[in-house]
Design a protein around this ligand. Structure first.
Ligand code: FES
Length: 301
């Protein structure tokens, strides 16, 4: 696990925490607004009808009101000339008229619904928070395997004795062993390496681990047995058997990984990529036979 990987995982974790924080802040702010704003629970129709009617609903009610008697008229029992008995007066119909008036009813937040401003604020918060959370989760998912193995971590290629036999063909020529988990070609190292590899831990027990990717534009570089080198089919870059630059647009040698022995096993540290400039001279001869990409081009012509 390199410092760069740890930094990227930290960024992903911060993104997730940021998303959680944004959700929490937005939720608290929304609740505070509803507490502080007395109109928070009022429907849009009510607001439109009367902006001063905060948190209320106006309902019509009907009230029956008897016709008022003139202030100066004497009480019924004192009226002179009345021929009605008390019982008859009680049963006599009283004229009333109905007055339409209003009453104010407070409404709940649920009944009032969500205002347009609240809706947009929440939509923006949810969208931004979801984006941050997804970005963080994707980053974590991408880098998580590096914590437990696989490319980016230390890859155990197996017992070194077995590997040393597998990188050579029966006739003694080089036959790189591909380790898919490490995206690496294991190749035999020469007895003496050029100065550019000194002190970089790119060789252990006579083996080197070359990254499969062409340093020009990233194509996977296949091995060419006849020429005893790696030849890129994309734009024609060529490297010898330990990945030293020979020809083509590649700006440097093939990249390689730091390697070490752990007990009897050969470990490829795929989190530690070593880049080296074009070799001033090559530690291993190239080409040792016909070029594969030249042969392919001739065949296609
Ligand atoms: S990608 Fe290999 S030469 Fe361009």
């Amino acid at each position: 696990m390199t410092v760069a990987n740890l930094a990227l995982i930290a960024v992903a974790a911060i993104a997730i925490l940021g998303a959680a924080g944004a959700f929490a802040v937005a939720f608290r702010r929304s609740q505070q607004q509803e507490k502080q704003d007395p109109t928070a629970g009022v429907s849009a129709e009510t607001r439109a009808a009367d902006k001063s009617m905060a948190g209320v609903r106006v309902e019509p009610i009907a009230v029956s009101v008897p016709d008022s008697e003139p202030e100066d008229s004497p009480p019924a029992e004192e009226q002179v000339g009345s021929d009605l008995t008390a019982e008859e007066e009680d049963n006599e119909p009283v004229a009333v008229h109905v007055v339409e008036t209003q009453r104010i009813v407070e409404v709940s937040a649920e009944e009032g619904g969500v205002s347009r401003r609240q809706f947009f604020n929440r939509a923006i918060t949810v969208t931004f928070g979801s984006f941050l959370a997804l970005m963080g989760l994707n980053s974590l998912a991408f880098f998580w395997p590096k914590l437990t193995g696989g490319f980016g971590a230390d890859v155990d290629a197996g017992p070194v004795g077995d590997l040393q036999k597998k990188v050579l063909a029966p006739d003694g020529s080089v036959l790189p062993l591909f380790i898919p988990e490490a995206r690496t070609y294991l190749v035999p190292a020469p007895d003496s390496l050029s100065e550019q590899f000194e002190g970089k831990s790119v060789e252990a027990a006579g083996l080197m681990a070359l990254f499969q990717r062409c340093v020009h534009l990233g194509c996977r570089v296949p091995w060419c047995g006849p020429s005893q080198g790696f030849e890129c089919p994309c734009h024609g870059s060529k490297y010898n058997s330990i990945g030293e630059y020979f020809a083509g647009p590649a700006p440097r040698n093939l990249d390689r990984f730091v390697v070490e022995l752990r007990g009897n096993n050969f470990i490829i540290k795929t989190g530690s990529i070593i880049e080296t400039p074009r070799a001033p001279f090559r530690s291993v001869d190239y080409p040792q036979g016909p070029s594969c990409i030249a042969a392919t081009a001739e065949a296609e012509a």
